[in-house]
Design a protein around this ligand. Structure first.
Ligand code: HEC
Length: 141
C-alpha cells in the first residue's frame, strides 16, 4: 500500500512541477532590458544594425526595429506568429531566411522569451538602444 502511495505522491509532484513551469512561461512579464536586449544583441545585432543592415533590417532602436526590413514590419505587437522577427527563428535551417543564420537554432528558452515579449505587446522602453557585438568593447569598458 505504501508503495502505491509513494508512486502517487511522486506523480503528483511531477505533474504540479510541469503545470507550474507552463504557467511560469505563459504569465511572467518579460523585461525588455534584462531579457530581450541581451538575446537580440548577442544573436542578431551583428548583422542587423547601421553597419550591416542585412535585408534592410536594423534592430538598434525601437523606431528602426518597428519599421522592419525589406518585407515591411517584422514585429506585430501581440501577435508573435505574425511577426517575421519570431517566425524566422522557427524556420528549418534548409531555409535561407532561418535566423540566426548559423547551423544551430536559437535556444528554446530564448525563442520563448522573444515570443512572450511580442505577445505582451513588444514593449521597448524609450531611449533604449541596442549595441552590436562589434561595439561591446567600446561601450562597456
Ligand atoms: C550573420 C548575419 C545575421 C545574423 C546574426 C542575423 N541575421 Fe537576420 N538576416 C541576415 C541576412 C543575410 C538576411 C537576408 C536573408 C535572405 O533573404 O536570404 C536576414 C534577414 C532577416 C529577416 C527578414 C527581414 C525582411 O524584411 O525580409 C529577419 C526578420 C531577420 N533577419 C531577423 C533576424 C533575427 C531575429 C536574428 C537574431 C536571432 C538575426 N536575423 C540574425 C543576416 C543575419
Amino acid at each position: 500500500m505504501s508503495r502505491y502511495l509513494c508512486i502517487a505522491v511522486a506523480l503528483i509532484a511531477t505533474l504540479s512541477a510541469c503545470v507550474m513551469d507552463l504557467t511560469r512561461l505563459k504569465n511572467d512579464p518579460v523585461d525588455f532590458v534584462r531579457q530581450v536586449k541581451p538575446i537580440l544583441e548577442a544573436s542578431c545585432l551583428e548583422c542587423h544594425q547601421h553597419q550591416y543592415e542585412f535585408a534592410g533590417l536594423n534592430l538598434e532602436t525601437q523606431a528602426r526595429a518597428m519599421k522592419g526590413g525589406r518585407s515591411g514590419p517584422v514585429i506585430v505587437p501581440g501577435a508573435p506568429h505574425q511577426s517575421l522577427l519570431y517566425k524566422v527563428l522557427l524556420l528549418g535551417h534548409n531555409n535561407p531566411v532561418a535566423m540566426p543564420p548559423t547551423p544551430e537554432r536559437m535556444e528554446r528558452e530564448n525563442e520563448q522569451t522573444l515570443h512572450d515579449w511580442i505577445q505582451q505587446g513588444a514593449k521597448w522602453p524609450e531611449g533604449v538602444r541596442l549595441t552590436p557585438p562589434q561595439d561591446w568593447k567600446k561601450s562597456r569598458s
